[in-house]
Design a protein around this ligand. Structure first.
Ligand code: R5P
Length: 290
């Protein structure tokens, strides 16, 4: 068994190797002057089960291409089995043709990974369950929920004080499962409407949040528009405080500014993507290891 890390999240790959009592495999990943990626394995993997750990998070195009090149290098070096371990699977949000003349990038990426030579994919909290079906190779879909729930349980918030909130209708199944495991906490749903990509507008809250500690659950925080607008509405509706919980801290554009604007008592994420902030810029952030 060999584990190699892409350049996106080496600290997480090192943690995984350490947990298994192994060293990360030696690999040379560089950029040519024109920005093209070069990969060379620095040890034999002939006949090995190879695990390539790479989140395809910003810069998504680069990290995805790097993973494809790593897979190709492993295939050509006679690996027995190649598993792409993707703590964050980018391009998953376009998982259906929501309007005419759009691409389904989640399916395209599944095709690319398979075509490059991956035998198996292990992904953490895919944006939607149907992404698993886009692959004709086995996919192990694992969840960050147990890690987030264990941490929340350690905070000893009274069950009667809690409400779990889905920031949009698409996330209800995820939030409902979360609420069930959080002592069957009640559920509220935000009716989010979008006026464009990365622009979230909140309309209504379905459910009772008055006087409660509202725990908002999402798969990812990207620009933080969804979760911050939702948090503001929850406070306006009388929530006592708001905690944001998400597996993937994509944190692009104005995310840090929005998340530290005073809406949230705490923002809890995992290390599926390495944090892009300095701890003193954002003291409300808790990063849990998956
Ligand atoms: C949407 O369906 C996702 O689950 C997230 O709510 C969304 O992608 C977060 O994006 P942003 O932080 O930019 O609002």
């Amino acid at each position: 068994l060999k584990i190699f890390s892409g350049s996106c999240n080496e600290p997480l790959a090192a943690e995984v190797a350490n947990y298994l009592g192994m060293e990360l495999g030696k690999i040379d990943i560089k950029k040519f002057a024109d920005g093209e990626t070069y990969v060379q394995l620095q040890e034999s993997i002939r006949g090995c089960d190879v695990f390539l750990i790479q989140s395809t998070s910003p810069p998504t195009n680069d990290t995805l291409m790097e993973l494809l090149i790593m897979i190709d290098a492993c295939k050509r070096a006679s690996a027995r089995n190649i598993t792409a371990v993707m703590p964050y699977f980018g391009y998953a949000r376009a998982d259906r043709k929501a309007s005419g003349r759009e691409a389904i990038t989640a399916k395209l990426v599944a095709n690319l990974l398979t075509q490059a030579g991956a035998d198996r994919v292990l992904a953490l909290d895919l944006h939607s369950l149907q992404c698993v079906g886009y692959f004709d190779i086995p996919v192990d879909h694992v969840f960050g929920q147990p890690v987030l729930l264990e941490y929340l349980a350690s905070k000893d918030i009274e069950a009667d004080d809690l409400v779990v909130v889905s920031p949009d209708v698409g996330g209800v199944a995820r939030a409902r499962a979360f609420a069930k495991l959080l002592n069957d906490a009640p559920l509220a749903i935000i009716d989010k409407r979008r006026s464009g990509h990365n622009v979230a507008e909140v309309m209504n809250i379905i459910g009772d949040v008055e006087g409660k500690v509202a725990v908002m659950v999402d798969d990812m925080i990207d620009t933080a528009g969804t979760i911050t607008k939702g948090g503001e509405v929850l406070l306006n509706e009388g929530a006592r405080s708001v905690i944001a919980c998400a597996t993937h801290p994509v944190f692009s554009g104005p995310a840090i500014e929005r998340l530290s604007s005073g809406v949230f008592d705490e923002v809890i994420v995992t290390n599926s993507i390495p944090p892009v902030h300095k701890p003193d810029e954002f003291p409300q952030l808790t990063v849990l290891s998956v």
